[in-house]
Design a protein around this ligand. Structure first.
Ligand code: FES
Ligand code: FE2
Length: 320
């Protein structure tokens, strides 16, 4: 029998003071997925994301390099980009029109009427990509993305991920603290009620979570009713990122804090090209999405509303 594990006391989920500490100590320091290569192919293309309340954008420069900046002008904090994704030939603040160069340095303070300090620039952030996934770190001195992965990317090497193309994005706004979703991801106990389709294909009571020495990431396995593991890997990485890999393609999940009690769960699906063409011809949605994304929506919402504010004595025995 697995050991019972005590959950964090409820105050860590409910008290906004802990959320502020998490913003400072976790989200200002850890790598965060913000998008994908296919969104950033053309010069000037960008994606914008809020990392626990800090807006950043990543832009493909005319020289082909990716750069990340805080989406806040050094003048009075105006936004540089306003859409979640798009194309900006020039980097110009939307408030008073200051213009910045590719590297974020100030080019022109439109009609300002006073001298601006020569080192005025957009505040930068770290950016790197891994197999088509774009990550940002607000800490410019953060360790490199490859080091942060630990042994995770080696584990992924066996999977051919590059032959899959973007299929769709699904966003679930959920009313809970981001850690509540993390807790949920770390157990398969909820599969029968929340993922009825996945439950038809697997034996939920045999769902397993494996740690491999590095407590920041783990792998999940679930068998078919005949006892053979589904060919694929569910991978969960601290603090808020996961990948689900199947023979037909792969998907990413991010649970982004939008406040102490609100989280956006964002799933992006990719399908193997041959499989996607087959499914499109048949006019059906990819099976990968059916397996993971199309949860029992009503139940899902109810679960996350009710779990917020859970009593401190609540325990979970599914981790090992
Ligand atoms: S806030 Fe950006 S130019 Fe004024
Ligand atoms: Fe789930």
């Amino acid at each position: 029998m697995p050991e019972l594990v005590q959950c964090l006391p409820a105050k860590y989920y409910a008290d906004a003071r802990y959320y502020e500490a998490e913003r400072r100590e976790i989200f200002n320091k850890e790598w965060q997925c913000v998008g994908f290569d296919h969104q950033l192919e053309a010069p000037g293309s960008y994606v914008k994301e809020s990392i626990a309340g800090t807006d950043v954008f990543v832009r493909r420069g005319n020289d082909g390099a990716l750069r990340a900046f805080h989406n806040a002008c050094p003048h009075r904090g105006g936004p540089i980009v306003t859409d979640d994704a798009g194309r900006a030939g020039n980097i110009v603040c939307r408030y008073h029109g200051w213009a910045f160069g590719e590297d974020g340095g100030l080019l022109n303070a439109r009609d300002f009427g006073a001298e601006v300090p020569g080192d005025t620039c957009l505040r930068g952030a770290r950016v790197d990509t891994w197999r088509g996934v774009v990550f940002v770190n607000l800490d410019v001195d953060a360790r490199p993305l490859g080091d942060w992965f630990g042994g995770w990317d080696e584990r992924m090497a066996e999977w051919d991920m590059e032959d899959a193309e973007f299929h769709s994005r699904h966003v679930h706004p959920i009313e809970c603290n981001w850690k509540t979703y993390m807790d949920n991801y770390l157990e398969g106990y909820h599969v029968p009620l929340v993922h009825p389709l996945l439950n038809q294909m697997t034996e939920g009571t045999k769902y397993r979570v494996w740690n491999h020495g590095d407590r920041r990431w783990n792998i999940h396995l679930t068998p078919h009713p005949d006892g053979v593991d589904i060919p694929g890997t569910f991978m969960c990485m601290w603090p808020n990122f996961a990948m689900d890999i199947y023979p037909e393609g792969w998907s990413t999940e991010r649970w982004l804090p939008r406040g102490p009690h609100r989280t956006d769960l964002i799933r992006d699906y990719r399908l193997d090209r041959a499989y996607a063409m087959l499914k499109n011809r048949e006019g059906r949605v990819g099976e990968i999405a059916l397996r993971t994304g199309f949860v029992n929506e009503k139940h899902f919402a109810t679960v996350f509303r009710e779990r917020f504010g859970m009593p401190p004595s609540q325990v979970s025995g599914q981790r090992n």
